[in-house]
Design a protein around this ligand. Structure first.
Ligand code: G16
Length: 582
């Protein structure tokens, strides 16, 4: 017989009144069948499909108002469960970045997990788990999978974004075959299962029962901090900081606050105040938690000031992205991946060397040159961390990275913002050089990939689709054509065959490749929630004998013009310049 629930006084009050899922009205009452398991009421609630629940680059991301529609979150969560086999009695990890709706959806997901037969839920205290910490917890606990509630770098709040992503037992985002199955299920779902029980107290660490299911509220930081300590030379970094090295980490009022405070200030001895905006807020303090030069301008300005710290970094809403800025020196994510790969052996966790490097297709080729020098394979995958999972599981790659400010390794199956910062700090502690000097030496050794991404945001979807369709139509006519960028050598729509299971992913972005090795890549973002976002990635390689000290904008100007000539961006979008340049 089930124990009904160990409830707190607060929960009893909630149970007596309306449960806190009032912000998601109507989850009961759409016609339900009631079953009893012990004292526990399991409801099978009738529903009808929503036709907009196709997971994007990284899970389902929508405006909060869309998630607040009756049955919307429930439909998606049930579709996830319906697409999985064999989880009865197993563990589900649950947590999110603390954004608006996080707690409410966690309560719903727990009650649905209990009604669907999971044996245990591990949930971060306060509903908090950074994405890499969730990945670690799934792996360490041997969980069946996890639900990560986040819209990552997208803004939060009642009028902003929310998201749900399912991660599989390796700790990584569900691969395409799983997300396709989830999407198919969302289109035919006719009921979901949920128990009728008071909310679980998310704020106290401890164990309680939700029907037959155990709920463990766990410290979201401890296990992750331990993992970091096992990979990096904390005493060396601590000595660097004690010797006067200064750093500034901007958590952007998002999930990394507690992680960064524990690791940088408590364990590594950085002074209080090193972590800025360190309290996770449901609306990220009205900021956009995307660690780029536009949204992390506060940090950028601090790093460009005459009294700048030695090292600055930021992370995003859910803690998987990173921004690295040395004193007076911004490091592009593509260059950061290359430097980390070239120097990873300086950290204890990677002393044995790398098995391979993987990067997404639009990421610059800087890491390719490192792989070549190290004599290890380089894998080029479509955009989306989920494509790295198989390579990491197969031991084919150790370090992965993306131009979109994500870097990570085989320690978890997500990109990891704090991990990237710690690897940089470990390298700085060993090399005892400034970021500027490390970059200069890197370019002098490998040459420099000048690189920028231009985003055209909130374009009408039909216009964006028309632009891409026209571009795809002319692909065969482009080779041999001469424009501002030079002579076009080849043009294609990137397709990827996963070397581990031979699965094929097509239409992953248009590439226009020039004879001198420069390229322009265009694709539509899979993470936006408003209209469409066109991403234009521009890259020009300069060998070691070329000019390595150009301004990026100057170095790329001919290719920026070429992108306009090939795709008529202004004509389709009505925008004469991008909304964001990173
Ligand atoms: C997600 C994915 C990344 C991807 C990024 C941008 O990041 O995990 O792999 O590079 O989106 O995708 P898009 O260009 O389609 O918007 P995150 O940090 O949002 O989870």
């Amino acid at each position: 017989m089930s124990i009904l629930c160990q409830t707190t006084a607060r929960q009893e009050n909630q149970a007596a009144g309306l449960l806190r899922i009032a912000t998601l009205p109507g989850h009961r009452g759409y016609g339900s069948v009631i079953h009893y398991r012990g004292f526990l009421v399991i409801q099978t609630v009738s529903t009808t499909p929503f036709n907009d629940q196709k997971p994007g680059t990284s899970g389902l991301r929508k405006k909060v108002k869309i998630f607040q529609q009756p049955r919307y979150a429930e439909n998606f969560i049930q579709s996830v469960f319906d697409s999985l086999d064999g989880f009865a009695g197993q563990t589900l990890v649950l947590g999110g970045d603390g954004r608006y709706l996080n707690r409410e959806v966690i309560q719903i997901a727990m009650k649905m997990a209990a009604a669907n037969g999971f044996g245990r839920v591990l949930v971060g205290q306060g509903g908090i788990l950074s994405t890499p910490a969730a990945s670690n917890l799934i792996r360490k606990a041997g969980a069946f999978g996890g639900l990560v509630l986040s819209a990552s770098h997208n803004p939060g709040g009642p009028d902003e974004d929310f998201g749900i992503k399912y991660n599989v037992s390796n700790g990584g985002p569900a691969p395409e075959k799983v997300t396709d199955a989830i999407h198919a299920r969302t289109l035919e779902i006719d009921s979901y299962r949920i128990i009728d029980a008071p909310d679980v107290d998310l704020d106290s660490i401890g164990i309680s029962q939700l029907g037959d299911m155990t709920v463990e509220v766990v410290d979201p930081v401890a296990l992750y901090a331990e993992l970091m300590e096992s990979l990096f030379d904390f005493p060396a970094i601590k000595a660097l900081i004690a010797g006067g090295f200064t750093l500034s980490f901007d958590s952007m009022s998002a999930v990394t606050g507690p992680y960064a405070t524990e690791i940088f200030e408590k364990r590594l001895g950085a002074p209080a105040g090193t972590v800025q905006n360190g309290t996770p807020l449901p609306d990220f303090g009205h900021h956009h938690p995307d660690p780029n030069l536009v949204h992390a301008k506060q940090l950028y300005d601090r790093m460009m000031a005459s009294d700048a710290p030695d090292f600055g970094a930021a992370s995003d809403g859910d803690g998987d992205r990173n921004l690295i800025i040395g004193r007076h020196s911004y490091v592009t994510p593509s260059d950061s991946l290359a430097v980390l790969a070239a120097n990873a052996h300086l950290a204890p966790g990677y002393a044995a060397g790398l098995k391979g490097i993987a990067r997404s297709m639009p990421t610059s080729g800087a890491a390719d040159r490192v792989a070549e020098k190290l004599g290890i394979p380089l894998y080029e995958t479509p955009t989306g961390w989920k494509f790295f999972g198989n390579l990491l599981d197969a031991g084919m790659a150790t370090i992965c990275g993306e131009e979109s400010a994500g870097t990570g390794s085989d320690h978890v199956r997500e990109k990891d913002g704090i991990w990237a910062v710690l690897l940089w700090l470990n390298i700085l502690a060993v090399r005892k050089q400034s970021v500027v000097d490390i970059m200069a030496e890197h370019w002098a050794t490998y040459g420099r990939n000048y690189y920028a991404r231009h985003d055209y945001e909130a374009i009408a979807k039909d216009k964006a689709d028309a632009l891409m369709a026209a571009l795809r139509d002319k692909l065969t006519t482009l080779p041999g054509m001469v424009n501002s960028g030079g002579t076009i050598k080849a043009a294609d729509d990137f397709a990827y065959t996963d070397p581990t299971d031979q699965s094929v992913s097509k239409n992953q972005g248009v590439r226009v490749l020039f004879e001198d090795g420069s390229r322009v890549v265009m694709r539509l973002s899979g993470t936006g929630t408003e209209g469409a976002t066109l991403r234009v990635y521009i890259e020009r390689y300069m060998g070691v004998d070329g000019d390595l000290g150009l301004e990026t904008g100057d170095a790329l100007a001919p290719l920026i013009a070429a992108a306009q000539e090939v795709a008529d961006i202004a004509g389709y979008t009505g925008m004469d310049k991008p909304s964001v340049i990173t």
